[in-house]
Design a protein around this ligand. Structure first.
Ligand code: C5P
Length: 219
C-alpha cells in the first residue's frame, strides 16, 4: 500500500508523513528533499538554475540518499549529510526554479517510482497523487491557512536558533506556492480522488490519526 501526501509549502507534510510512516512501519520518502538536494548541488557547482539540460545531466551525476534514523530522516548528497543545508533560505528561495523543468521532473519521477516500487511508502510532495503515484491507495491533500503555515515555519526557524521574519517567510511561501502551481508540468494540484485535510487549528496528532483512519478504511 502506498500513501501520497501533497500540499502547499509549510502545511506540515513532512512531519505528518514521517509520523504516519513510523506508525504503519512504512518507508517515508520526502520528494521535496530530493529537489532541494539537486538545487544545492547546482548552487555548489555553479550550474545555472535556468539551464534545463545541465540540471538534468547534473541529476544523473549525483547520488541522493534518504535514510531513516532515530532522530528523523537524513538526506545525503554524494554520501555527504546535507539534511540541514538543504533547508537553508538560499535553497528554499530557489528550489522551485529547478523543479519547474520538465526534464528534471521526468528523471525525479523515475527515481521516486523506483523507491516506491520496493516497499510500502508514505511519499510527500506536490505531484505524488497526480503524477508520481496515481494509483496510491490513500491520497491526502494537506493544507492550512497561509498565516498558520508561515507561523509554523517561523517558530521552527526560531527553535533551530535561526533569525526569521514572519512577513518575509509568508511572502516566500506564497511565492513558492505560486511558482509550483503555475508551472506547466505536474503543478501543485489536489488529485481528484484525494481527501482534502485542512490542518488549520489541528494538532499534528489529530492529522496523523485522520490519515491512519483513511488507511484503515482502505484495508
Ligand atoms: O516539500 P518542500 O517544501 O521541501 O519542497 C521544496 C520544493 O520542491 C517545492 O517548493 C517544489 O518546488 C519542489 N517539489 C516539487 N515536487 C515535489 C516535491 C517538491 O516540485 N513532488
Amino acid at each position: 500500500m502506498n500513501i501520497a501526501i501533497d500540499g502547499p509549502a509549510g502545511a506540515g507534510k513532512s512531519t505528518v508523513a514521517q509520523l504516519t510512516a513510523k506508525h504503519l512501519g512504512y518507508t517515508y520518502i520526502d520528494t521535496g528533499a530530493m529537489y532541494r538536494a539537486l538545487t544545492l548541488a547546482a548552487l555548489h557547482e555553479g550550474v545555472s538554475l535556468s539551464d534545463e539540460e545541465e540540471l538534468a545531466s547534473l541529476l544523473d551525476r549525483i547520488s541522493i540518499g534518504l535514510q531513516q534514523q532515530a532522530s528523523g530522516q537524513r538526506v545525503f548528497l554524494n554520501n555527504r549529510d546535507v539534511t540541514e543545508e538543504i533547508r537553508h533560505p538560499d535553497v528554499s528561495r530557489q528550489v522551485s526554479l529547478v523543479a519547474k523543468h520538465p526534464k528534471v521532473r521526468e528523471k525525479m519521477m523515475v527515481l521516486q517510482r523506483k523507491l516506491a516500487g520496493q516497499e510500502s511508502v508514505v511519499m510527500d510532495g506536490r505531484d505524488i497523487g497526480t503524477f508520481v503515484l496515481p494509483d496510491a491507495e490513500v491520497k491526502v491533500f494537506l493544507t492550512a491557512s497561509i498565516e498558520e503555515r508561515a507561523m509554523r515555519r517561523y517558530k521552527e526557524m526560531l527553535e533551530k536558533g535561526h533569525d526569521a521574519n514572519l512577513a518575509d517567510l509568508q511572502l516566500e511561501i506564497q511565492l513558492r506556492d505560486k511558482t509550483d502551481s503555475d508551472r506547466e508540468v505536474a503543478p501543485l494540484r489536489c488529485a481528484e480522488d484525494a481527501t482534502i485535510l485542512d490542518s488549520t487549528g489541528m494538532t499534528i496528532e489529530q492529522v496523523v490519526s485522520r490519515i491512519i483512519e483513511l488507511c484503515k478504511n482502505k484495508t
